[in-house]
Design a protein around this ligand. Structure first.
Ligand code: GLU
Length: 294
C-alpha cells in the first residue's frame, strides 16, 4: 500500500508594515495566519516589513507587538525586520542583474502617466501592495545601451525593473497551489515590469517578501485577496532565484457594515480604539472573526 508522507506542520507568518496602527482588517489577517499554524501544530512568525524608511515609524512597530500580544497571539523570536537585511536583497538583485534580467528605469510617475495616455491604453491599476500604480509601459526597457550609459553618467535617479517577459522566457510556465483556488497558473506579465529596487530604497516589496518567506522557511503564505495579483510575480521570482514555493491562502478582506474595505478607510477602528473603549481581547477576536467569516 502506498502511504503518502505526512505533511509537515505549516509555518505561517503575519508581515505588517509599521506605517500606522493595526485595524480590524490586520487583526483578521494576523488571526488567520496564527490559527492556520496553531490548528495544525505549526509555527507562526511575525515579520516587520519596514523597508520604506519614509513611511515606517518605530512607535508603530512597538504598537504592533502590543496589539498582537493584547489579542493573545504569540510568535517565534527573533522577529525579522527587513530594514536590517538590505544587503541580502542587494545580493539577490545582483544575481538577477548578472543574468540581464533587470534594467534601470529613469521615468517619473508623470512620464509614465503621459506615455500611457499617449498610447491610448486604459490605465490599469496593478495595485499590489498599494504602491505599484499603473502597469509600466516599458519605456526604459527600449533604451539603447548607449542611452542608458549617458543617463547613468548624469546621475539621474533610477529604479531597477524586472524584464518580466525575458524572465518568463527563461523559466517557462509556472503554477502555485492556493488553498482557496487550487492550482493557479502564474501570469506575471499581467503586472508588467515591476520595480525590484526603488529609486530611494535598494529593494522593493516584491523582492523582500519573496526572499524573506524563503529564508524564514514559511510554507503557507496567508494574506488578503488584495495581494493575490502580487503572487504572480512572487512565483516568478522564486523560479528565477531558486527559492522554495510555499502554499498560498489568499483570504477575503473584511469590510464594514456598508461594504467598504477596512484597509481603504482612514477611520477604520483600530485595535487601540477597541482597547481604550474597554473591549476585551476576547470580544475583539470574536468581532474580527465574525466579520471575516460571516
Ligand atoms: N507588508 C505587506 C502589507 O502590510 C503584506 C505582505 C504580505 O503579506 O505579503 O501590506
Amino acid at each position: 500500500m502506498l502511504v503518502s508522507p505526512a505533511m509537515p506542520p505549516p509555518v505561517t507568518r503575519f508581515a505588517p508594515s509599521p506605517t500606522g496602527r493595526l485595524h480590524l482588517g490586520h487583526a483578521y489577517s494576523a488571526l488567520f495566519a496564527w490559527r492556520a499554524a496553531e490548528d495544525a501544530g505549526g509555527r507562526f512568525i511575525l515579520r516587520i516589513e519596514d523597508i520604506d524608511a519614509t513611511r515606517c515609524r518605530p512607535e508603530f512597530e512597538t504598537a504592533i507587538y502590543d496589539d498582537l500580544a493584547w489579542l493573545g497571539l504569540h510568535w517565534d523570536k527573533p522577529v525579522r525586520r527587513q530594514s536590517e537585511h538590505m544587503a541580502e536583497y542587494a545580493a539577490a538583485l545582483d544575481r538577477l542583474a548578472a543574468r540581464g534580467l533587470l534594467y534601470p528605469c529613469f521615468c517619473t510617475r508623470a512620464e509614465i502617466r503621459a506615455e500611457i495616455a499617449r498610447a491610448g491604453v486604459a490605465p490599469h491599476d496593478a495595485g499590489p501592495n498599494g504602491a505599484e500604480g499603473p502597469i509600466y509601459p516599458g519605456i526604459c526597457r527600449a533604451l539603447s545601451p548607449a542611452e542608458r550609459e549617458t543617463r547613468l553618467a548624469t546621475g539621474t535617479p533610477y529604479a531597477l525593473r524586472l524584464d518580466a517577459g525575458k524572465a518568463l522566457g527563461e523559466t517557462g510556465p509556472l503554477d502555485w497551489q492556493d488553498r482557496e483556488r487550487g492550482t493557479v497558473r502564474a501570469d506575471p506579465l499581467s503586472l508588467g515590469d515591476v520595480v525590484l529596487a526603488r529609486k530611494e530604497t535598494p529593494a522593493s516589496y516584491h523582492l523582500a517578501v519573496t526572499l524573506d518567506d524563503h529564508l524564514q522557511g514559511v510554507t503557507l503564505v496567508t494574506r488578503g485577496d488584495d495581494l493575490f495579483a502580487a503572487t504572480h510575480i512572487h512565483r516568478l521570482l522564486q523560479a528565477l532565484l531558486g527559492l522554495a514555493t510555499p502554499e498560498y491562502h489568499h483570504h477575503r478582506l473584511i469590510r464594514d457594515a456598508a461594504g467598504a474595505r477596512l484597509a481603504k478607510r482612514a477611520d477604520a477602528p483600530t485595535l487601540e480604539s477597541l482597547r481604550t473603549a474597554g473591549r476585551t481581547p476576547a470580544v475583539a477576536r470574536r468581532l474580527v472573526l465574525d466579520t471575516g467569516d460571516g
